[in-house]
Design a protein around this ligand. Sequence first.
Ligand SMILES: *[C@@H]1O[C@H](CO)[C@@H](O)[C@H](O)[C@H]1NC(C)=O
Ligand SMILES: *[C@@H]1O[C@H](CO)[C@@H](O)[C@H](O)[C@H]1NC(C)=O
Ligand SMILES: *[C@@H]1O[C@H](CO)[C@@H](O)[C@H](O)[C@H]1NC(C)=O
Length: 662
Amino acid sequence: MFMLLLLLASCCNQAYTSDVDPIFFSFSTFDHDSCADDGDLICWGSAAAGDGYIDVTPMPQQTNTTSPPVQLNKVGRILYRYPVLAWPATISTTFTVRISKDPNSTSSGDGMAFVMAEDSGPSPEKSYGAFLGLLTRTTKSGTQLGVEMDTYYNNEFDPDDNHIGIDTDSIISIATVGLDNIGVDLKLGREVTVKINYNGWQKKLQIYAAYAGAPLVSVLNYTIIMAKTVPRSVYVGFTGSTGIVSESHQILNWIFNSVPLPHDSLNDGHDSSEKRKKILMITSPVVSGALVLAVIAYIILKTRRKKKVKTRKGIDIESQTRSAANTPKMFSFRDLSKATLNFHKDNLLGTGGFGSVYRGVISDPPTTIAVKRISATSKQGEREFLAEICTIGRLRHKNIVQLQGWCHEGDHLLLVYELMPNGSLDRFISKVFLDWQTRYKILTGLASALLYLHEECGSTVVHRDVKPNNVMLDSEYNACLGDFGLARFFQNEGAVTTMLGGTPGYLAPECTYTGRATPESDIFSYGVVVLEVICARRCNGIIGQNNIVDYVWNLHGKGELLNCVDRKLEGSYAEEEMKRALAIGLACSHPDPTLRPTMRKVIQVFMNPNEPIVDVPDSRPSAIYVTVYSQSPSSTNMLGLNTNSSLSSSTISEKTAAPLGR
Ligand SMILES: *[C@@H]1O[C@H](CO)[C@@H](O)[C@H](O)[C@H]1NC(C)=O
Ligand SMILES: *[C@@H]1O[C@H](CO)[C@@H](O)[C@H](O)[C@H]1NC(C)=O
Ligand SMILES: *[C@@H]1O[C@H](CO)[C@@H](O)[C@H](O)[C@H]1NC(C)=O
């Protein structure tokens, strides 16, 4: 009965919030069209879109003594076109800025701000200089909130020329913090990432900052009642200004979300409802989740015990403490369906073999997530589910998608991951351009994920489905390998395959015959991905039909290897580096699994310019593999049989006997 009351209470809570939807948007980059009239952004004043950024105030122009400086007293403002809910809500936003002062001036100025504004109009008149495009002398209270990144020292009211502050109705900030003590200088032209969270229950504004790529550091906490600071519905964006010195302020990326809270979050006495929520979260999924927990605990215990024997003590302790701090947690189906707006089709990110992936937002702490809903119609789906939790749940690597949690209630099977802002790699193969440096970073990241799975995670894990759709990209385009639905612990001693996983085109040729996935078959798939990324060309199905491996190998045979490289790169890459990458791609897609390099060798070739490059035969050895099973499957034998009459099998072994660093 008590439970029932709790449930009812929480339903009422929800009734308050259901009239407003959570808002999520993200700009992983900007381009020349970002300020277009029909786009999602409104650009005012000096704001203008560039290639990869938006200028709030433009770059300092070449000043020369005969012409007056032109970039002074500029004001720019960029706003998201649609209003967002400011309260009652929990808000989180992260963005990267690049501020460059005029190199020929000893001074700087003036700075920029994240703003929650009452309307979508331009900055107030004469809000240049110290007013940051945000305020005037007469700005009314209750209309806006700004978080300034101030680069000019107004000595009446600023701590220094490098600080973050909170502004409401005056340029005299209600709170400030200098960034010198965390070693960040805003105006060096370096990319700085800032994250702002507002917790609508606790009324706490929390600001974090760091150079892009470094871990964010908490710099300022401030309690502020949003309902007294801004209207309920606001426009969010950025403002910036210059005064007597020019300075460029650029936005490079931006993620924002606002999750509505129940109306009683506006009260101060919110503790009871928060507790109620917690109890509910804990109790409702307990029964259905207990079984899954038991299975996981059992498997974790089992693998732990195994691992202890295998690994050195230091490593074992480290991996245990790390996993304890960050283990996947259980979600209730209600939470996840709320987070994704009942799995609304607008939140659908993609559909894969065993289900669909939705974007969602959870409020505590405010996080954007990807929810994979597994179609539970088949036993297959359920098995995939358990395999995935067990495998990915205990893996920790910066190039592997982190499992945040799961849900198993009745027929519902769901997995929760962190959301990767740049989606999956397949979008970038032929549709969206990436420069060579980024592609190189992706390929090395993917290689180190596979090395970890194959050799470093305690047991041998075979991914089984390495392909661009399963490689996610984070905000800095680091590769994160995901979708472990098909991965299983590789058992040397068992021929355990029931079903052939993998995707045609990426599936190693021997798998068709052996029906077994091995680290070598992952390496084959990796080779195909390498070639796709370099050539910006899809792999095109199975061998023979204009397949990418054949295509590149043909060019290699003709001594025209570099002709396969994506023309859009316009030759802007180091030739030696490209050749090494292509050699890796070809060597990995060698038809003979025993002649493929290991992932360790691949990493060495990528990382060390002095590492001997892997040799690749001039023509693609064409071979089929016959597997001979004897009583003990571990004595499986593979014979390379020649199907191409112009080559005898001895030619093949001669050609393939080249050193591959195994
Ligand atoms: C800075 O001064 C140098 C030397 O006078 C000049 O070559 C350069 O163009 C100036 N840069 C800017 C941004 O004004
Ligand atoms: C300086 O400005 C004048 C007038 O705009 C222009 O004619 C001249 O080319 C400029 N000099 C340089 C070095 O940019
Ligand atoms: C802000 O609050 C969080 C959580 O309470 C704390 O971890 C952090 O250190 C605080 N930051 C500052 C700058 O006081």
